[in-house]
Ligand binder design. Structure first.
Ligand SMILES: O=P(O)(O)OC[C@H]1O[C@H](O)[C@H](O)[C@@H](O)[C@@H]1O
Length: 431
């Protein structure tokens, strides 16, 4: 990926960061880079994620999915980091295999998928790093039952990806299911380039080598200066803008196929950096759609936002048919791709003209190679930002708190967090 931070400079935007400040910040980037390289070399928890392009074995993943290679549909049961990376890849790329991601326990929604899908020709991909996440295990039990009710042997159609030990690992062993291991030292939200994100891609027939090659190329750019490394330029600029008041980061891909990448990014940014009263709030937007809903706020609301555009240079196009309606004649000379491009450029310029900081992340096209680069680049940006903030990027104690409270409420053990639910302050206004 390439990154253009010109519209984040103080000469354009407020808040903005001056070239001199960036040069001073670059000294911290150099120190952070040394720390990151050491963490990678020592295979430390979290930093190990940045070694995945070299560590992930596509053959192992393809071998595990071999029994379900004929599937017409794939249900991935997982949540957060065990779903969003896989969904980002699957939703970005074309495939004949329909992919469904059960990352919610809304009973109506879960049932509607199970009633609709051809279960005889459907595979199940269960993913949980811990193997204990209540939503994932509950959904898996429900999916299994639906397969049994339909007379389909779910043990023939299930692939498990989980840690070395835990309830899901036990289950995989008990039923002799094909299974893959979540690599050690890789937190869920940094695991897209492992089996966690790539099983679904393999079932869909995507090019796993190209995903990893794109990520490896991004890894090669990591260096001690933000001016030489797109990922660090992004991480350092977002950090500097947050310090200057842009506490919100609205990520706006200009490609429908990249919409899920903004969801994936939101988890990465929020769970990694939201600590010690620090962190930038990620917001999901989509170009051009959200030009007609959120842009007013981005351009004229509080000066607390950075807009991150994600653009692609090339893709399939479609011409707009000519019409004899005079006022619409200009459209007939264009294509939908040209319209999209013009709308992006106009939106970017409109923010800059109003002095609102924005950054452009450029991909050449939406394919495996470029996606690998985007996933890796944003992860590296996040790790760098975590170093600059001085937070523990790789933990998520606040999420664990709510997980414990839920388990306590359901009788899954003694968790003091559950008591807080009973302590809720009420001020109800009833109709
Ligand atoms: O993969 P699992 O162990 O099932 O965890 C799934 C998700 O659970 C929690 O919400 C964590 O905060 C996330 O970081 C994680 O991705």
């Amino acid at each position: 990926m390439n990154v253009d931070i010109g519209n984040a400079l103080a000469s354009v935007a407020s808040p903005g960061v001056s070239r001199e400040s960036l040069e001073r910040l670059d000294e911290q980037v150099a120190a952070a880079h040394e720390r990151i390289e050491a963490g990678m070399a020592n295979e430390e928890h979290g930093y190990e994620a940045l070694n995945l392009p070299q560590r992930t074995d596509p053959d192992e993943i393809r071998a595990a999915v071999e029994p379900v290679a004929d599937a017409d549909a794939l249900i991935t049961v997982g949540i957060g980091g065990s779903s969003l990376g896989a969904a980002t890849i699957a939703n970005a790329l074309e495939s004949d295999t329909e992919t469904v991601f059960l990352d919610n326990v809304d009973p109506e929604w879960v049932s509607s998928h199970l009633e609709r899908l051809p279960l005889q020709k459907t595979a199940i991909n269960v993913v949980s790093r811990s193997g204990t996440t209540a939503e994932t295990l509950a959904n898996f039990l429900v999916v299994r039952e639906a397969f049994e009710d339909a007379g389909v042997d779910w043990t023939e159609r299930t692939i498990v990806t989980t840690g070395e030990a835990g309830p899901l690992r036990d289950l995989a062993n008990r039923h002799d299911l094909p299974s893959l291991k979540v690599p050690d030292g890789v937190p869920g939200r940094f695991s897209a380039l492992s089996a966690v994100g790539m099983v679904a891609a393999a079932v869909c027939g995507h090019d796993l080598e190209a995903l990893l090659a794109g990520a490896a190329a991004e890894r090669e750019t990591l260096s001690g200066s933000l001016f030489d490394c797109p990922a660090y330029a992004y991480g350092a600029t977002t950090y500097a803008l947050d310090e200057r008041g842009a506490g919100i980061n609205a990520v706006m891909p200009y490609a429908e196929s990249l919409e899920t990448s903004a969801e994936w990014f939101a988890q990465l940014w929020a769970e990694s950096l939201g600590k010690d009263d620090l962190g930038q709030t990620p917001v999901r937007a989509l170009g051009v759609t959200d030009q007609h809903s959120q842009l007013q706020l981005y351009r004229a609301g509080p000066r607390d936002k950075l807009v991150t555009f994600v653009t692609t240079q090339e893709g399939t196009d479609r011409s707009i048919p000519a019409t004899d309606v005079e006022d619409l004649a200009y459209l007939g000379d264009a294509t939908l791709g040209e319209l999209l491009e013009a709308e992006f450029e106009a939106t970017e310029a409109s923010l800059a003209a109003a002095g609102r900081p924005n950054v452009r992340v450029e991909l050449e096209r939406v394919d495996e190679y470029e996606l690998g680069g985007l996933l890796y680049g944003m992860e590296a940006a996040c790790v760098l930002a975590g170093e600059l903030y001085g937070v523990n990027t790789f933990e998520q104690p606040a999420v664990e708190w709510a997980k414990n409270a839920t388990r306590g409420l359901l009788g899954g053990g003694e968790f003091e967090e559950a008591e807080a639910v009973a302590d809720k302050t009420e001020l109800r206004i009833e109709r």
